[in-house]
Design a protein around this ligand. Structure first.
Ligand code: ADP
Ligand code: MG
Length: 467
């Protein structure tokens, strides 16, 4: 059974990624296997882990263990031999724990950014996760964001005294994260002794879960309670996470009482965040709530010009105008479009012209259909290049040679289209988004080290773009 469990871990690592396995399954062991009753007893470190696994992974466990044991029914029992650990202890000496660097979520951020801009390659963890490349001076102010910008700037001049908390909300890709980091950088610049912490709510949650698992909740709390400025991004992800909300509530109160500045972002207005405790919602509105909207055409053009300048891309007025008028969704996509045009110009050695931009951004006219065609094209080109059939790429085969080609396909699909991880996974044999993410991370890692491989990928990319 121990062997079976090890095999199971390998399989789910493929399926859900190593981070999940590290976080949730590392501390779980097989206590007993009752052949007759077909019952496996899993030893878990505490109640929290047990609940989490039950809620999120029980189907996976059942499915794979049945397969591995060749049986059609299995019962799963959770036990905890370590009774002491069932109680979360809060008595730990004071020293700070830092979150384990969560590669996936950082990569995720980068992938979501849709950008290969060199300036944003730096992963924001230099000083407390504030990304030094997001500053006020690279933030273009327009009617859509002027209030959010002004409030953010005001907060820096008068930390904890004017708008506390400052709550910035708006759709995805409209500049919330950029503003949060800008505040962090500005405050750091003004007074380097201030303790600043930028954190995504996802990481906050993961870190909290880790702390519970390792019985380090007190340390977790201390870390957040001693900051002068807390920047917590995408707070809507606290939704339905009762225990994390509880913890955040306490941290919020303590910081607030000490007049420490809190800045939060979310995709909606506080009241509209679903699955959030009412008392927390009301606190989020105690300070100032500001929104960011989609920019108008002029602001979009100004943003494009700024980004082009930052990345030494030669952009003429007509091309900027064209891109700005085509992209209507958000600024991240606006930036993505600029990058694609820039990359295409570099790859084909042609200057950026309206004609070139039109060719590259063809899909923006008729999104879904064109993206579908692009996915087909990528798969076809790759299959041909590696002499593998498309069916094989879409199949469940895990042979090493096929798997790596499939991973390359995922990588290029993410790079060359605006499709979500989910869409890409669906397209290549109904795989889920975490498999796609895992594959992309893997390819990125190889690319960093292996120049020949990078050249090959570049080659394929060129073929796709030219076909
Ligand atoms: P959000 O957090 O709202 O999803 P981000 O802050 O990640 O959005 O912004 C997405 C991209 O758009 C970033 O690369 C950011 O630099 C850029 N961006 C957004 N708003 C502006 C702006 N007003 N000026 C310059 N760049 C912007
Ligand atoms: Mg963001």
């Amino acid at each position: 059974m121990q062997q079976i469990w090890q095999n199971f871990l390998k399989i789910i690592k493929e399926e859900v990624g190593s981070q999940v396995v590290e976080t949730w399954f590392k501390a779980v062991s097989v206590e007993n296997w009752d052949e007759e009753k077909k019952t496996i007893s899993l030893n878990v470190p505490n109640q929290f882990v047990k609940n989490w696994i039950k809620e999120h992974y029980i189907i996976l466990i059942t499915k794979h263990l049945k397969k591995l044991l060749s049986i059609n029914r299995i019962n799963i029992d959770f036990i905890s031999t370590n009774t002491e650990k069932n109680i979360v202890k809060n008595i730990i000496p004071a020293s700070i724990i830092y979150p384990e660097k969560s590669k996936t979520s950082e990569k995720n951020e980068l992938i979501e950014n849709k950008s290969n801009l060199p300036a944003q390659r730096t992963i924001p963890n230099k000083f407390n996760y504030v990304n030094p490349s997001y500053k006020f001076d690279s933030f273009v102010v327009g009617p859509n964001n002027s209030l959010a910008h002004a409030a953010s700037y005001a907060v820096c001049q008068n930390l904890g005294r004017v708008y506390n908390p400052l709550f910035i909300y708006g759709g995805t890709g409209l500049g919330k994260t950029h503003l949060l980091h800008s505040i962090g950088n500005e405050v750091k610049n003004k007074n380097s002794s201030k303790k600043i912490l930028y954190q995504t709510t996802d990481r906050f949650t993961n870190e909290f879960i880790h702390a519970i698992r390792l019985d380090k909740v007190m340390l977790f709390r201390q870390k957040y309670q001693k900051v002068d400025l807390l920047l917590l991004d995408d707070i809507q992800f606290l939704s339905n996470k009762e225990q994390t909300q509880e913890m955040f509530f306490h941290i919020f109160n303590l910081l607030y009482e000490q007049k420490k500045q809190i800045v939060l972002s979310s995709d909606t207005f506080p009241k509209e965040i679903k699955g959030l405790q009412a008392r927390l919602k009301s606190r989020l509105e105690w300070g100032l709530v500001v929104d960011i909207q989609m920019p108008d055409l002029e602001t979009k053009i100004a943003i494009l010009e700024k980004k082009a300048e930052l990345n030494s891309i030669n952009l003429t007025n007509d091309v900027a105008n064209f891109i700005a008028s085509k992209v209507t969704s958000n600024i991240r996509e606006l930036e993505g479009a600029l990058i694609r045009v820039g990359a295409f110009s570099t790859l084909t050695n042609k200057p950026i012209s309206l004609e070139l931009a039109k060719k590259v951004l063809l899909h923006l006219n008729d999104n879904n259909k064109k993206e579908g065609i692009m996915l087909e094209k990528i798969l076809k080109t790759i299959a041909r290049h590696y002499s593998i059939s498309i069916n094989e790429l879409k199949s469940k085969k895990r042979h090493k040679n096929i798997a790596i080609v499939r991973q390359v396909a995922f990588f290029l699909m993410k790079k060359l289209t605006f499709c979500s991880l989910q869409t890409i996974g669906e397209f290549v044999g109904k795989r889920d988004h975490s498999t796609v993410l895992h594959a992309i991370t893997k390819v990125e890692k190889i690319l960093e080290k292996d120049r020949d491989f990078a050249k090959k990928i570049n080659n394929i990319e060129q073929k796709i773009l030219m076909s």
